[in-house]
Each structure stands twice: as C-alpha cells, then as structure tokens.
Ligand binder design. Sequence first.
Ligand code: FES
Ligand code: FES
Length: 160
Amino acid sequence: MTSKTTIPVHLDINGQHHTLELEPRVTLLDALRDRLGLTGTKKGCDHGQCGACTVHVDGERVLACLTLAAQAEGRAITTIEGLAREGELHPVQAAFLEQDAFQCGYCTPGQIMSAVACIREGHAGSDEEIREYMAGNLCRCGAYPHIVAAVRQAALEAAS
Ligand code: FES
Ligand code: FES
C-alpha cells in the first residue's frame, strides 16, 4: 500500500499568498494549473524541453515543469497572469500583439515570460542575442521571426 503524504506549501504568486496541501513531488506547473486554475502557464512536453511552462521565480525565469512547488516556497512567483497591471498589458505583451508574434498561441505565455527576462537581463542587444536567449522556447507554428521582432521592439521601448 502506498501512503500519500501531503505537506503544506506556501506560495506567493503574482502578489497573492496561497497555502496548498501537496504531495512533495508535485511540480510548480501542476500546482499552478491543476490546483490554482492558473492555466495561462502551458504544459507542453512536461520534460524541460519546450519552454511552454516558463514562469519567473524571484525575477529569474524557470521551467515550472522541472521545479517542485515546494522548492518555490517563500519565493516570489510571477506567471503570465501577473504581468498586466491595472488592466494595462505589459509592454512585451503589447509588442507581441503588434508584431503578430503568435499563431495558435500555445507557446506564447512561455515566450513572453522568457522575453521579459531576456530584456531585463540585458540579452536583447541584437537579433542574434535574442534568438540565443530564447532558444529554449519552441514554437511549433514557426512564428520565430515575429517573436524576435516583438522582443526587439519591447527592448527598444524599454531603453527609450
Ligand atoms: S512543459 Fe516545461 S519545458 Fe515543456
Ligand atoms: S504560436 Fe503556435 S506554437 Fe507558437
């Protein structure tokens, strides 16, 4: 017989505190989507290979499918739902819209979370640099040229 042991996990997500009873092996991705209904963060491969599940933990991008929820305890988690402020799209979200940087949209939340980190960390100095930083975010629709254009636009706006 297997025993199901749960532990209380305190998560700070988009500025809101949540306490969940979770098995220690539950990933941050499953906690977000299945327990909290934050389904903007997508599950693609569930194995660290597509970037669809990208979120920020203490301002750094992480793959939520490779992070245990318990590892994120007490740290500031930001998901795609937390980017817009007071009804205003984040500038990177606006740039993705303006540049038509998505087709089906499945990879888009992860792309945007990576793009925000790319610009914040100073890796958006050239298209080459943007492509390199964003290489872990796959897009099956092949929207890459538009994604790079959106990151370039948002980076220019942030610098001006
Ligand atoms: S779902 Fe996490 S990297 Fe693919
Ligand atoms: S827009 Fe469809 S996977 Fe990227």
